[in-house]
Design a binder for this molecule. Sequence first.
Ligand code: ADP
Ligand code: ADP
Length: 229
Amino acid sequence: QGTIRFEDVRFGYDPDRQILKGISFEVPAGRSIAIVGPSGAGKSTISRLLFRFYDVGSGRITIDGQDISRVTQKSVRSVIGIVPQDTVLFNDTIAYNIRYGRIDASEAEVQRAADLAQIGDFIKSLPHGFQSMVGERGLKLSGGEKQRVAVARTILKAPPILVLDEATSALDTHTEKDIQSALDLVSKNRTTLTIAHRLSTVISADEIIVLKAGVIVERGSHADLLGQN
Ligand code: ADP
Ligand code: ADP
């Protein structure tokens, strides 16, 4: 479960400016793909279309053969977990933020996910620096800490499809390694789409796509691409 296909996808936020100019690729269930390329190439736009923030201009996106524009946004999102570049958190406890997306999870499950993402000591606190009227501590989380909350949420949700959008970019190298290993744990046997600036961060992907100005200019394994450069 979790095969993604993009079939000649074209899209622009404005009708007179195409951002994606005919993108096709497939990620078989359980495999991983990385999309690399310069800033502005359209990488995040691919993840936004997959998550149905927008509908494609032409072409189609399918998950397990189902055209995602023909099912509800909610059902598309239920099979996808995103660790975005900028995680926006609710002004509620970190535990609440982690549980969001799997509200049936037990406290022990939330704690375990938080521990794996190394945010386990903070889960009773609030993320934006304000203390609550019932006395919950207010911490002002850094970008990297917010990302760890997103990682914990994804660990807990354990969806068939994972989208990692520069998932470890806001972290220092030491934390990045730890978080990467937590992410490897969740991405094992799941379809994974990783968005990155640099080839060096996506060595383990089964296939790498190089996107420039909305066009796929190269594709292959990490070794293939290095051989050509
Ligand atoms: P990348 O992830 O490769 O850096 P994006 O997919 O975020 O690129 O953006 C691709 C292009 O689309 C950029 O030129 C960006 O300015 C433009 N863009 C992104 N979001 C919007 C938006 N909401 N409205 C209009 N243009 C946008
Ligand atoms: P629902 O519709 O079931 O209430 P959402 O569709 O809002 O849930 O969100 C489902 C998942 O998508 C959550 O796990 C959340 O992390 C993620 N998500 C929601 N909004 C965004 C966003 N703007 N950027 C990235 N991820 C988001």
